[in-house]
Design a protein around this ligand. Structure first.
Ligand code: MTE
Ligand code: MO
Length: 250
């Protein structure tokens, strides 16, 4: 379907490169990284997250190859290392234009009603993982619990990697296919995939799905996120943004 890479988006400074054109060197590098990941997989299983962290330090743009056992996922982080958060240390704050500023622990989130979605994951650079289960709390439920003020128009997501950010309009945020996800592929979200909690915005390219989610701020306007400040579309509908205009789905 939407597997091909859009050259206009990837040639320089984009998700796939560091300001250099995507050419033979990068493609060969990707193949090498992928092959190394697969070949080394049996050895990496135990030191899984550490190994990924080391790989990402060498290449913070995310070209660190396929996640071993990740079923087609690529590891992305715009920072070299990300702290680990657990049951004791993790907090998700909802603030901004709300009546009740709220802070959730993992257990609090787990005790709220959970929604499971099975959709295709689609990165804007071309890779895709079909039929991936995500499970968590509807973002709409957290917004309702916090009491969104009438002047609110958007939400901004902050990540505990200290660098990444994302936004949605309030209307998008309230869709029932947008989750604050605690589980992926029917397992707790791993650190590599943005655990313990990430956003999952199912109808949009995967860059909207902020990993390592720490704060949701209700705002009066959309503030472009990390990749959007670098040229990607704010409204990131799969197949209908970032230079794509696929046949409408019915
Ligand atoms: N905090 C944070 N969230 C992020 C990113 C990132 O670099 N940092 N990359 C985005 C992009 S471009 C993609 S494709 C997905 C990758 O998710 P994965 O590492 O679980 O495959 O995370 C998105 N969310
Ligand atoms: Mo991506």
């Amino acid at each position: 379907m939407t597997k091909d890479v859009n050259p206009a988006r990837t040639a320089g400074g984009g998700e796939d490169g560091r300001g250099t054109p995507v050419g033979r060197r990068v493609v060969l590098g990707m193949l090498a990284a992928g092959a190394a990941g697969v070949a080394a997989a049996p050895f990496l299983q135990s030191a899984y997250d550490n190994t990924l962290g080391a790989a990402a330090q060498q290449d913070p743009t995310g070209l660190s190859g396929l996640l071993p056992g990740g079923g087609g996922f690529r590891y992305y982080s715009v920072t070299g290392s990300v702290p680990e958060k657990n049951e004791r240390t993790y907090r998700l704050t909802i603030d901004g234009l709300v009546r009740h500023r709220t802070s959730y622990r993992l257990a609090d989130l787990r005790h709220l009603p959970q929604t499971r979605l099975v959709r295709d994951v689609q990165c804007v650079t071309g890779w895709r993982v079909p039929g991936t289960p995500f499970e968590g709390v509807r973002l709409a439920a957290l917004l309702d619990a916090a009491g969104v003020r009438p002047e609110a128009k958007a939400v901004r997501f902050t990540c505990f990697d200290g660098a990444y950010s994302e936004s949605l309009t309030l209307e998008q945020a309230r869709r029932d296919d947008v989750l604050v996800a605690l589980r992926m592929q029917d397992k707790p979200l791993t650190h590599a995939h943005g655990g313990p909690v990430r956003l999952y915005a199912a109808p949009m390219y995967f860059y909207k799905s902020a990993k390592w989610l720490s704060k949701i701020t209700v705002t009066d306007h959309v503030q472009p996120g990390y990749w959007e400040n670098r040229g990607y579309d704010i409204d990131a509908w799969v197949g209908r943004s970032n230079g794509r205009d696929d046949a409408p789905t019915t």
